[in-house]
Structure formats: C-alpha cells, structure tokens
Design a protein around this ligand. Sequence first.
Ligand SMILES: Nc1ncnc2c1ncn2[C@@H]1O[C@H](COP(=O)(O)OP(=O)(O)O)[C@@H](O)[C@H]1O
Ligand SMILES: [Mg+2]
Length: 165
Amino acid sequence: MAKNQILTQSAEETMALAKRLARHLKGGAIICLYGDLGCGKTTFVKGMASGLKINPTKVNSPTFVLMNIYEGKSPLYHFDFYRLETVDEIGAIGYDEFLYGDGISVIEWAERFGSLLPKEYLSVKFSHKGEGKRLLRFQAKGGKYKELLIKATQSQINKCCFVSM
Ligand SMILES: Nc1ncnc2c1ncn2[C@@H]1O[C@H](COP(=O)(O)OP(=O)(O)O)[C@@H](O)[C@H]1O
Ligand SMILES: [Mg+2]
C-alpha cells in the first residue's frame, strides 16, 4: 500500500481518523475532499467537527446553501459544492473571507472550485473498497500541508485503522 493512504473499515473509523487530524489543524487550514456520493466525505467532516469540539450531529450536507458554519474550538466552514452550477455562485457567497480567514475550511466536491481552487490545501480522495471500506488518499499541496501530514503521521492519526500511512 502506497504512502499516505488509509483504509477505514467503518464510518466510525473514518470519523476517528478525521477527529485526530482535526486536532492538528491550525486556523486558516483548507481541506479539500473528493469522491463519489456516499464515499464518506460528510462522515469525515463529522469527525473533524468532533475534533474541534463541535457536536457532530450538527453536521449534514448543506442542501440549499453552499456553506454551513459551526462554532467550535475554531470555526469550521463546511462547503459542499455538489449542487453548484457555476463557479460564480462561490464568488457570490464571499467564500474568500472564510477560506482565507482564521477558521478551518473543509470542502466537499472541491473539484468544482474551478479557477477559484486555492493554491495550498490538503487533498483527501475517497474511494469505495467494498462493504464498509473506504480508501482515503492524502496529498499535501504546499509546504504547510506537507508538514501537517508529517506531524499527523508521527502522531499516528491512523492508529484507529488497519493500514498505515
Ligand atoms: N469506512 C467508511 N467510511 C465512511 N463512511 C462509511 C464507511 N463505511 C460505510 N460508510 C457509510 O457510507 C455513507 C457515507 O455517506 P456520506 O459521508 O454522506 O458520503 P458523501 O458525503 O461522500 O456523499 C454513510 O452512510 C456511512 O455510514
Ligand atoms: Mg456529503
């Protein structure tokens, strides 16, 4: 198994992993999530929320809005671009004040950022690997996120899961 890949065997493992990762995040962090419907992106956001002392049951995919804000140890800005039709809609919500502010941003369907994709972020790509199993591939874009991945690996954020980073 290549480096920076983690296989989770249940939704709970995905949440536990995201919770551990969230504890390493600093204000201004951007996490981009990719993968088909049902592959665990929102589950991952719930885990991040709980790592930031936000009740994970508050987290669900925003249906009519592109972003939800949850107040916690750091504010968590949860974007979901599933229903996005044009990139202009992202501009219209003043996304940059959030994304480039002091909170932590997590974006589902981040491929729909188009030309507004930030330069630096942590990418997490999800894929189905059978009943209850999901492969999460982490990739750092930019030095700050490379450091984050190294720190996260050293502190064994994956210790809930079977495959090592
Ligand atoms: N290993 C796993 N990681 C994450 N979710 C899982 C896993 N195994 C099963 N699931 C289930 O898959 C579904 C993922 O849904 P969700 O997180 O809303 O996906 P997405 O936001 O990518 O559309 C949930 O019903 C969750 O319980
Ligand atoms: Mg979702």
